[in-house]
Design a protein around this ligand. Structure first.
Ligand SMILES: O=C(O)CCC(=O)C(=O)O
Ligand SMILES: [Fe+2]
Length: 250
């Protein structure tokens, strides 16, 4: 087994590496960025070899439960595969370790938006709630784009239950592996025109962003902003992404 091929399995049964790197993130800064703009960078979440191992693992096989060719559904151009349970240990580790850091932010957002529902502190408890509501299928996914491919603006909602933040990790190097293909976010404020934000990512960087709505401070208190995300057209090369969504799907 090559060093790259080993990287996704290296953490089998050991959640500590994911926990350690998640604990080195400046969560106060992340919270401030999320409150101000609806997204925050997590630079260098994955090492180069880990990115390469995930990208190399893309393809047919039992580790994925389904394969989506985006053009067939009008989602864009490119493809993705949802992982099966059990998730690769590093994906499982990151999903478990990131969730409690984000749950506090999510609960404050819900309170500010006057929305009912409190997210439990621990991811297993949140998944129990998803599963009890019939949302039992895993949502972490790998995406693959080639020249001319793109991902239309969308929201990753898969049922009534949705955790309001998600994470995407860029697995390829902009300018080297591909050109174009920028991660974009839009926000739709009430009665206003849509604003767009391009998120600069290097290989291994992650972005945490709002799945659907986020609160924004206005002169007359908080109002709701609707967000969508997508990827602009690749001019050349190949681009892979790892998506970590915290709710499961129907
Ligand atoms: O490829 C990307 O950067 C976007 C991925 C995406 O839509 C997701 O992770 O939900
Ligand atoms: Fe998405």
């Amino acid at each position: 087994m090559t060093q790259e091929a080993d990287a996704t399995t290296r953490y089998a049964g050991r959640p500590e590496p994911a926990l350690t790197r998640v604990s080195t993130i400046d969560w106060e800064r992340v919270r401030g960025d999320l409150d101000a703009a609806g997204f925050a960078l997590l630079p260098g979440l994955l090492a180069d070899a880990e990115c390469d191992a995930f990208a190399a693992g893309y393809g047919p096989g039992a580790q994925f439960r389904s394969h989506v060719v985006m053009a067939r559904h009008g989602f864009g151009r490119g493809e993705y595969r949802y992982y099966s349970y059990p998730l690769p240990p590093l994906v499982q580790g990151l999903r478990t370790a990131l969730y409690p850091r984000l749950a506090g932010i999510a609960n404050r957002w819900n309170a500010r938006m006057g929305m009912a529902g409190v997210y439990p502190d621990d991811h297993a408890a949140w998944l129990d709630a998803c599963h009890a509501a019939g949302q039992t299928r895993p949502t972490p996914l790998l995406l693959r784009y080639g020249e001319g491919d793109y991902n239309c603006l969308h929201q990753d909602l898969y049922g009534d239950l949705a955790f309001p933040l998600q994470v995407a990790v860029l697995l390829s190097a902009p300018g080297e592996d591909f050109t174009g293909g920028e991660f974009v976010l839009t926000e739709q404020r009430p009665r206003m025109q849509t604003r767009v934000e391009v998120v600069p990512l290097a290989k291994g960087d992650a972005v945490v962003f709002a799945v659907n709505e986020r609160p924004s401070k206005g002169v007359r208190g908080d109002y709701r902003v609707k967000m969508r995300h997508g990827v602009s057209r690749l001019r050349s090369g190949h681009r892979h992404t790892l998506g970590i969504i915290f709710h499961d799907a129907r």
